[in-house]
Design a protein around this ligand. Sequence first.
Ligand code: NAD
Length: 268
Amino acid sequence: MKLNTSYDMPQLGIGTYMLMNHTAERAVYEALKDGYRLIDTARIYGNERGVGKAIHKAIQEGIVRREDLFVTTKMWTSDYGHAERAVDASLKRLGLTYIDLMILHHSQPRNDIEAYQAMEKAAEDGKLRSIGLSNYYSVSDFERLIRQTTIHPAVLQNELHPFYQDPAFVQYVQSTGTVMEAWFPLGGRGDHRKLMEHPVIKNIAGAHHASSAQVILAWHLQKGFVAVPGSSNRKHIAENIGAFQIHLSDEEMNQINRLDTGRRFASY
Ligand code: NAD
């Protein structure tokens, strides 16, 4: 995906939520070997060091070059009051000289503008290539932030999957030039089976000799979303990037579009 900063962002990546440092290191290293180039971490996941180690190992072994990678991390809400330091601390933990995308982890009207402005400054200083947001779910909240800041968010990362599609808001955000990125693309740890075992998904998967996960991810790709499915399972990591091989017909896309319940799984 071309971002408004003119940098390219890979459309499918590996998510690392709930992975401890050593598990994240192994999962990210496997993913890089499988061809993934987008990695999603966050300060609050406590695994930026493990992610950084995997990146450096893969670079040292000649599997990837830094310039081919797209590393996303997120600033946690309790760091918004000292955001400049938070940027430097993430860079240090990751062992990187720049981060491809840093996003505010959650809307927090009390001081998110201040934190975003610190990210703008870090972008000017070359520490961050693109900046964006996560967990802004209304036009008014999104506009509250963009009205008071200068750099338009390159990406908005929200909960998005076939059971929660938020079409009007997504269309609005995309119309402003911000790329939508899906977290919980497969429905999340607790609920992914409900989605994967839905008869519509299973039937389409059968027709394509593909897995349910691949069909759901192909749907995200064709919607123009970036998606970061989380996994530490080697087989699943390899399987998920196979979503690029699947092309869903308009009718199949519409069948999945009709699964929207309008309800999120997560409460945050
Ligand atoms: P997900 O929707 O990616 O689902 C992960 C679950 O699906 C796990 O239980 C995993 O074992 C399973 N899974 C993965 N691939 C599979 C496959 N091929 N077959 C069967 N099961 C499979 O949920 P997630 O990992 O929580 O979210 C994705 C990523 O989004 C996270 O890792 C994190 O990086 C990011 N995230 C961001 C926020 C935010 O607030 N911005 C919140 C949650 C997650």
